[in-house]
Design a protein. Structure first.
Length: 321
């Protein structure tokens, strides 16, 4: 009987190792920035927004490195990828909610894409979901006219609108009376705020949020997020609703949340459901958020396609404290 002896596995070609090593080094550098909470310039801000995708790439690179018997560096890449993924995975898990017995409120946010969104579709969404408070960004004067023609006064008769040409306008519409208030300093884009006069004793404060895109002006984006007001311990639960132009991977947004809020999508287990862009490129990410007083309980959260807009609309159902 002849025994065939197998020699050692031939070494991996140099060009294959290089093709693996270069993206692995880039991933490791990215992971270090993400874990250290660095946003830096516009390019880093854009890259950090892609953390869920890059984390998957890192896992693949780590496994490939081990397969090629690059034990040390492959292990380092895989370890970094697992740590990054560990920060993302909890967004897909529903969090246990506090038991609260206050009124239930349904709120919606919609970026109207410089007034190009379909006003009829917006109001159909409001009716189907029994929305009581609507936060709108990029509200143009022409869009206000479209909403009026579509009959917004019949479903949300109270309004606090600051329409402007381009993407700078914003507005708040409500089923209940609105009392204008000031809970944030003026920003580049309009960010109206009001107390919603609900039946009963709990009246939430709502701020329409529209931060400057960090990929356009990193310094202003950082400053506007840093100036976001914290939640209060008063009787009025505070809500920041709109387009933050930031994801939960940006430390600047996490810092806002740490001021007494919870992110509704994350609490619901839908934190990776993208809201921008409406298509498939650039890679979709979650830029629109409901940050609500941590005393609130999240009942439901859904994201919907909004015809005519580059964002998707989101609806949240909350129990107020």
């Amino acid at each position: 009987m002849t025994v065939e002896l197998k020699g050692p596995r031939p070494p991996v070609r140099t060009w294959i190792v290089a093709a693996w090593a270069v993206p692995s080094v880039l991933f490791t550098a990215f992971a270090a920035l993400r874990l250290l909470g660095v946003t830096g310039n516009r390019y880093i801000i854009a890259t950090v927004a892609l953390t869920p995708y890059i984390g998957v790439v890192g896992l693949v690179l780590g496994v490939v490195g081990l397969f090629m018997r690059r034990w040390i560096f492959g292990g380092v890449v895989l370890a970094f990828a697992m740590i990054v993924s560990a920060a993302v995975v909890p967004r897909m898990v529903s969090h246990e909610q506090s038991t609260v017995f206050g009124p239930r409120l349904t709120v919606m946010t919609a970026n109207l894409y410089v007034g190009r969104a379909d006003a009829v579709a917006v109001l159909d969404m409001v009716r189907r979901n029994d929305v009581e408070v609507l936060s709108m960004q990029e509200l143009s004067p022409a869009m206000v006219q479209d909403l009026d023609r579509a009959g917004i006064d019949r479903v949300l008769p109270y309004r606090l609108f600051e329409p402007q040409r381009g993407g700078a306008g914003s507005g708040l519409a409500s089923r209940y009376p609105l009392r204008p208030t000031k809970i944030a300093d003026p920003a580049t884009f309009a960010q109206p705020s009001a107390i919603v006069d609900l039946p009963g004793v709990v009246d939430p404060e709502v701020l329409v949020v529209h931060a400057v895109p960090g990929v356009d002006d990193a310094a202003t984006w950082k400053a506007e997020l840093a100036e976001m007001p914290g939640a209060t311990t008063k009787d009025k639960p505070r809500m920041l609703i709109g387009d933050f132009n930031a994801t939960l991977d940006h430390p600047d947004l996490r810092d806002v949340i740490s001021r007494g809020y919870v992110d509704v999508a994350q609490q619901h287990g839908s934190g990776l459901t993208p809201t921008w862009p409406a298509g498939i490129w650039p890679p979709p990410v979650t830029l629109d958020h409901f940050l609500v007083d941590s005393r609130c309980a999240v009942v439901d959260y859904q994201v919907f396609d909004l015809p005519g807009s580059d964002h998707r609309a989101a609806v949240a159902v909350l129990n107020l404290p």
